[in-house]
Ligand binder design. Structure first.
Ligand code: LMR
Length: 393
C-alpha cells in the first residue's frame, strides 16, 4: 500500500524552520514562520494566559468531553471580541476547531457540503496553505488580483474588477486584517466596497482572521469583518487564537457561520457533524484559557494591554527598518514597510536575492521575500537593512 504514496510538495514556510535550525552561524536571523518573538527571540507566554492557566489548573475538576461544537461560552466570548455586536446573536453558529487552520479546513468542508460547484476565490498572493487545502479537497478555485507590485499596496481597482466576475454562490476568501504575506490591507472604505460588491454578486465571504490586534488594534482590526458580517447575508469567519493569545501549540480556533436566524440551527448541526467526522471533539484547553481571560474584565485588560505592547513593538520595528533603509539608500523606496500592518511584508526581492540573503548573510525569509517583522530587534534591524541595501536590486 505505502509504495503507492507520492512525495508531497514541501510547505515553503515550514521548510525554513529546519533550514534555520541546521545553520550553525551564530548571527543568523530568522524572519520565516509567522510566530511573534520579543527582543530576546522568545515567543512569550502572555501574562493573562499564565494567570488563566494557573486558575484552570487549580479549578478544573474533570477532563470529560465538551460538546462536539466545543464550549458555547468560548463561542460567545471570542465571537464577541470579533463581531462586537455587529450581528444579531440568533444568526451566529460556531464550532471550536484545532487552530485557525482547522477552522479554514472545516469552513471549506462546509462549503463543499452545501455547494460542491462553488468556486473559492483567493487573493493573489495568499497564505500558501489556502490553495493547498483547497486543492486537497478538490474544490474549484480562482484568483483575484490583490497586490500592486509597484506601489506595494493593495491593487483595489484590480481587486474590485476581479471580484465583479464572481458568480452567485461563489466564496471569496479574505484576510480580515494584516494580510499574509503582503502586509498590505484595504482601507475601510475599500472594504465597504468589497462588501457591497459581494452582496450584489450573491457571493459569500470567508474571512480568515488570524492576526486581530496585530495591525491597528483589536477594534480597528475587527472593523472589516464587522462591515462584511453586517452587510452580507451569509458569512464564514475562521478565527485563530494562536497569535492573538500567543497560544500557538494549543491549537485554538473558532469557525463562525452567519446566516439568517432560520438557517442557524442547520449551520450549527452541520458544523458539529463535520467536527465529528474529522476529529470528534475539538481541543479544549486553549479555548478554556481564552474563555477565562475574556470572561474576567481584569484579565481581559491585562491581555489587551500586552497585545497592544506586541503590536507597538512590531510597528516600531517597521518604522526603524524603513528609516534605516532610507538612510542607507537615500530613497523612499522602502517606505512601504512602515505603512504595512501585521507581522509580514513582502519585500519584492527575487528568489535569487532571497537565496543570497540566506547564504551570504544568514538571513532567512520565505522564498517570495516575505519577512516576519517580529523576527527583528533593535540590533538586527541595521543588519537586515544593510543586507537589503547591498543585495536587493
Ligand atoms: C505563517 O504564515 O507563517 C503562519 O501562519 C504559520 C503557518 O502555519 O504557516
Amino acid at each position: 500500500m505505502f509504495d503507492a504514496l507520492k512525495p508531497q510538495p514541501q510547505d515553503r514556510i515550514l521548510q525554513l524552520i529546519q533550514m534555520f535550525r541546521d545553520d550553525p552561524r551564530p548571527g543568523k536571523i530568522d524572519l520565516g514562520v509567522g510566530v511573534y518573538k520579543d527582543a530576546t527571540g522568545l515567543t512569550p507566554v502572555m501574562r493573562a494566559v499564565r494567570t488563566a492557566g494557573k486558575r484552570l489548573w487549580e479549578s478544573e475538576t474533570s477532563k470529560t468531553y465538551t460538546g462536539l461544537a466545543g464550549d458555547p461560552a468560548f463561542h460567545a466570548a471570542l465571537s464577541g471580541v470579533i463581531l462586537g455586536g455587529s450581528v444579531a446573536q440568533d444568526r451566529i453558529a460556531a464550532v471550536a476547531t484545532p487552530g485557525g487552520t482547522g477552522a479554514i479546513r472545516q469552513a471549506l468542508e462546509l462549503i463543499r457540503l452545501a455547494s460542491p460547484a462553488a468556486r473559492v476565490w483567493l487573493s493573489d498572493p495568499t497564505w500558501p496553505n489556502h490553495p493547498s487545502i483547497i486543492r486537497h479537497l478538490g474544490i474549484p478555485m480562482a484568483w483575484y488580483r490583490y497586490f500592486d507590485a509597484q506601489t506595494r499596496g493593495v491593487d483595489a481597482e484590480g481587486m474590485l474588477a476581479d471580484l465583479g466576475q464572481v458568480a452567485a454562490g461563489d466564496v471569496v476568501l479574505l484576510h480580515g486584517c494584516c494580510h499574509n504575506p503582503t502586509g498590505a490591507n484595504p482601507t475601510l472604505a475599500q472594504w465597504a466596497a468589497v462588501a457591497d460588491l459581494l452582496v450584489a454578486r450573491g457571493a459569500v465571504p470567508l474571512i480568515d482572521l488570524a492576526y486581530q490586534g496585530f495591525g491597528d488594534g483589536l477594534e480597528a482590526d475587527a472593523a472589516p469583518t464587522r462591515v462584511l458580517a453586517a452587510r452580507c447575508p451569509e458569512v464564514l469567519i475562521a478565527a485563530s487564537c494562536s497569535k492573538t493569545f500567543g497560544i500557538y501549540r494549543e491549537r485554538t480556533g473558532l469557525l463562525i457561520g452567519i446566516g439568517t436566524s432560520a438557517q442557524r440551527g442547520l449551520i450549527q448541526e452541520n458544523l458539529a457533524f463535520l467536527n465529528r467526522q474529522n476529529y470528534s471533539f475539538p481541543p479544549d484547553h486553549g479555548a478554556r484559557l481564552v474563555t477565562l481571560i475574556l470572561e474576567d474584565p481584569a484579565l481581559t485588560a491585562i491581555w489587551a494591554q500586552e497585545l497592544e505592547e506586541i503590536r507597538l513593538n512590531m510597528l516600531g520595528l517597521r518604522q526603524s527598518l524603513a528609516e534605516e533603509l532610507r538612510r542607507l539608500t537615500g530613497s523612499d523606496r522602502w517606505g512601504f514597510i512602515a505603512g504595512h500592518r501585521g507581522m509580514f511584508s513582502v519585500l519584492g526581492a527575487t528568489g535569487a536575492e532571497v537565496a543570497r540573503l540566506r547564504d551570504e548573510r544568514g538571513i532567512y525569509m520565505v522564498s517570495d521575500s516575505r519577512i516576519n517583522i517580529a523576527g527583528l530587534n533593535a540590533a538586527t534591524v541595521p543588519v537586515l537593512a544593510r543586507a537589503i541595501a547591498d543585495i536587493v536590486a
